[in-house]
Ligand binder design. Structure first.
Ligand code: NAD
Length: 428
């Protein structure tokens, strides 16, 4: 799922080791936290529509559950690897800790391409995934959610399978469910909106009006589309958006010098976040190669597609005009490129802080399921804003006080909280 020379798990461990050293973490806690506590690797046989059976590889990995049940999304991707899932599970632990919600970190994945599976095959795959994990999942143990190429429909099939096996109704076992079926209003928008809540706070601190800024976004799926909508609502102008084209097997960047109308762009985008090239051209967009999003003369860059997108090989292409790198995706910047971002003084809002809105709203969904009482959308989004703003301010204050890079400040807060939970439980 990532550039061959970069292993996301090694990146996640390198980031952790750096912080463990910085805060003088005890050796036992370092050993515990630099790797997942539990891993499940399994096969999922699925009856295909043509009568054949195909076997898919699945993973569920718990990095740490000292602060609460393990929480994290499930990805469907043809290039999924166990190391990507390991890294993502680790980042989930830090993400839940930075927004201070009582959950641990997990992640799941299936090596598959849902774009090439029929609806029935996808349903059987979802049900097969849950059958392999029937004893592992549970509202108090492990709570999945959607991620790359999975959505509310997949979550409901998974929930239904879990409830069929366990003979009861357990809406709190999975989040990101459809509204009306135990889902929370605002969950679809939560990650992208949360990304922009952190940006709004950063711009406030810098004394910059969002109306005076421009941005370029990589990706146009769930996170990117909602981030783009909220950014535009604040008055910002998006000059470029890139996405993956699964037919051409390459990425493209869509550029409009007067600014892209996000709603219009969303209306010509499929459910996998691929923009229709002809219709975009008709909207006046110029179509450039996939990496062009990174080279635009904008104030804000928002990688919101996949990990390992800003590397040592392309970080030099970032324009001198760029003031903020706002990481919507998980792990979009490799450690060597991160060093360059730091040296250049580009203000970073790190991934596990910026995109924590999704898991925060998932937590709200669990709370609502437990109460069996659902909040209005405004209430959900206002609670989300409060949590995201508080988390951003805590990180930025620590960064200023101790002259830390924003990523390091976020890590110091998260790792300290998780380490404290481990100590209080008497695990070490
Ligand atoms: P998605 O599947 O909805 O969208 C992914 C987008 O990235 C699509 O538009 C796709 O075309 C594009 N893309 C893929 N490869 C690309 C490439 N090489 N160049 C340009 N564009 C490319 O996924 P999503 O849910 O929006 O997730 C995006 C990122 O955000 C992932 O890193 C995910 O782990 C992270 N994230 C998602 C959530 C969530 O709630 N969905 C929460 C936290 C973090």
């Amino acid at each position: 799922m990532s550039a061959k020379s970069y292993n996301p798990y090694q990146n996640a461990q390198a980031q952790f080791d750096h912080i463990a050293e910085m805060i003088g973490l005890e050796p036992e806690i370092r050993e515990l936290l630099r790797q997942p506590m539990r891993e499940y690797h399994f096969t999922i046989p699925v009856k295909m529509d043509d009568g054949s059976t195909k076997v898919f590889k699945g993973y569920r990995i718990h990095h740490n559950d000292a602060r609460g049940p393990a929480k994290g999304g499930i990805r469907f991707h043809p290039e999924e690897t166990e190391d990507t899932v390991r890294a993502l599970s680790m980042w989930m632990t830090w993400k839940c800790a930075v927004v201070d919600i009582p959950l641990g970190g997990a992640k799941g994945g299936v090596v598959c391409d849902p774009r090439n599976l029929t609806e029935g095959e996808q349903e059987r795959l979802c049900r097969g995934y849950v059958r392999q994990l029937a004893k592992v999942l549970g509202p108090f143990n492990d709570v999945p959610a959607p991620d790359v190429m999975t959505n509310a429909k997949h979550m409901l099939w998974m929930l239904d399978e879990f409830e069929t096996i366990h003979g009861g109704r357990y809406p709190g076992v999975i989040t990101g469910k459809p509204v009306g079926m135990g889902g929370s209003l605002g969950r679809t928008e939560a990650t992208g909106f949360g990304v922009i809540y952190t940006l709004r706070e950063a711009l406030k601190e810098m004394g910059i009006d969002p109306k005076d800024t421009t941005a370029s976004i990589q990706g146009f799926g769930n996170v990117a589309q909602h981030a783009a909508k909220m950014y535009q609502a604040l008055g910002g102008k998006i000059l470029a958006i890139s996405c993956w084209d699964n037919i051409d097997k390459k990425a493209y960047t869509f550029v409009h010098k007067d600014g892209i109308d996000v709603e219009k762009m969303a209306s010509i985008t499929d459910t996998y976040g691929t923009i229709d090239k002809d219709k975009a051209r008709a909207m006046g967009c110029e179509i450039l190669d996939g990496e062009a999003w990174l080279e635009q003369d904008v104030d804000i860059l928002i990688p919101a597609a996949l990990e390992n997108q800003i590397t040592l090989a392309n970080v030099g292409k970032i324009s001198k005009k760029v003031k903020i790198l706002l990481e919507g995706a998980n792990g979009p910047t490799t450690p060597d490129a991160d060093e360059v971002i730091k040296q250049r003084g580009i203000f970073l809002i790190p991934d596990f802080l910026a995109n924590a809105g999704g898991v925060t709203c998932s937590y709200f969904e669990q709370v609502q399921c437990n109460m069996n009482y659902y909040w209005e959308k405004d209430e959900v989004l206002s609670k989300l804003d409060t949590k995201m703003t508080a988390a951003y301010k805590a990180v930025s204050q620590l960064a200023r006080e101790r002259n830390l890079y924003m990523r390091d400040a976020a890590y110091v807060i998260s790792v300290s909280r998780v380490a404290q939970a481990v100590r209080m439980r008497g695990w070490v």
